[in-house]
Design a protein around this ligand. Sequence first.
Ligand code: PEP
Ligand code: MG
Length: 631
Amino acid sequence: MSDRAPPPRPSRPPPSEGSTPRGVVLKGIAGSPGVAVGHALVVGDTKAAYTRRHVAPNQVEAEVLRLERAVDDARQHVREVAAKLPVAPLETNAILDAYLTMIGDPMLLDRVTVKIRDERKCAEWAVAQACDEIGKMFSPADISERDAYIAERRHDVEFVRDRLLRELTGDTKQLVPRLDQPMVVVARDLSPADTAAMVREPVIAFVTEIGSRTSHTSIMARALEIPAVVGTGEALSVIRTGDIVVVDGLRGEVVVNPNDITVEEARGRGARHLAFARGLLSARNQPCVTLDGESVTLKANVELPAEAILALDHGAEGIGLYRTEFIYIDRSTMPSEQEQYELYRAVVEAVAPRPVTLRTFDIGGDKFASSFQLPAEMNPALGLRAVRLALSRPEVFLTQLRAMIRASAHGELRIMVPMIASVHELREVRILLARALADVDAAGHARARHIPLGIMIEVPSAVIMADVLAREAEFFSIGTNDLVQYTLAIDRGNRSLAPLASPFNPAILRMIRQVVRAAATHSVPVALCGAMASDPLAAVLLVGLGVRELSMEAAAIPEIKEAVRRVTLADCEATAEAALALDTAEAVEELVAGTFAPGLFDLLAGTSEGGTYGAPTDSERHLATPTTERE
Ligand code: PEP
Ligand code: MG
């Protein structure tokens, strides 16, 4: 039985049948900044076709050999792509390395081999089935809506499946043919190797139907400085090969067959962005100090180890939040202490002498990991999540703590615990940390003499008890993504309620003020690492509320630094005071914008021009709905 016919791959793409009406606007997610205008090349569904057949007993070993050869060839393909990159940014190589590891993952290959040997399935069938099973293990039905990051890891398995099938079937032609003119590639999704391979072609932008800001396509496109709009939903049914498209990686939108005015505007915006971004980046190592001399520390939030390098490139003074969840995703077995130690050590060494805050795993809720095999819950956001899960699986938690402790021998490291809701939980963590320290010492490993233990403040009870928690935690980091969710009772993944989930809500501002005051009384440093920190207007308001450390997506750091450098602490404090007295989020936003927007106009308009780049929020994960262009 054949899956699906492979898409035609002409050497020079002919225009597709029919034409798209003028000026259709597709909304997506701004994956990589910049604006490009060019002809579209729709690469269609890239799934490899294969035939399902049983093999005779005497052919089984030959089939296993075919599999092994396909794995070698697939890995060789990725190495060749990496070798041909003109200037390979470090993070690009790291992503391709991870892809190489996944292709040779023993867990996957064992599963495939069992299917060939025991079920006598041909290698193609066995690969497809094994990958589909692994994909399902960490893919509850609605996960793509709830957590783009996890959905992305599922796509990685699909890319591996596709690559191995291509090697097995001999269908190894390039996804994008050699082009003789600059084109915009439009696809359902692109694997890291596909994305990297296109750098040699005159590809000027990417548009993908699925993906998020943390998807590999976005990270690679940012590293390679190619504009990208991802998560457009229905690009393949709207855009035809040969259509002219404007890809606006600042606003997160694609205009199909635009009018001349739109094209002219887009070109102007692209040129202004380039000049602006170069200016900001060149100032990345300037101190982050207000006009009246108050210092604010800017750090980066990191999910993939490769992003640590990107963070330094953008002027991060350290890693304020290293989300370790990804280590537990895409696998059925727990990561070992040694494996985790090596990962943490790599990040700590890459960032040294700057500090790194490693957050213990925040699995559960909307962050699903197959390795934990969690029970289904009626209300996972209020269920066995984060520190609760850690305390219920002490062996898993201790393994992570030991790995973190060992990594502390290589640089400045702090350990942070997510979702602390009571002092009791923090005490329980301290007991386990003491045990992990003793284990590390008994095993004779090196470590820092003292490793600060801090907590995320992201549950309302932690805000109310902040003065008590401050006696026992060595630092706080306010997680506004969850604090907004739990305070306003709005699911952070619910797109239709996203406009109500504003961090400018006075309830949230009062909570931040309360935490800052409690922390100050006990001399506990307080940072803020929710997406709020990457919005220039919110950032200056936070400075006014007393927050002196902000941690955010690396790409936002240059803008936020520039924003801080243009305001005075006195203005920030006066505005924060006035904001605390207001009664609605809208009134707060109006006040803050009225005070600071004139001075930050180019930061609010120049990079994003009303768009979304640089200030990611859950509310940006909106569904694509085609509209028509503005006249
Ligand atoms: C937060 O909740 O604000 C936060 C930074 O953590 P996460 O987004 O990983 O839940
Ligand atoms: Mg959180």
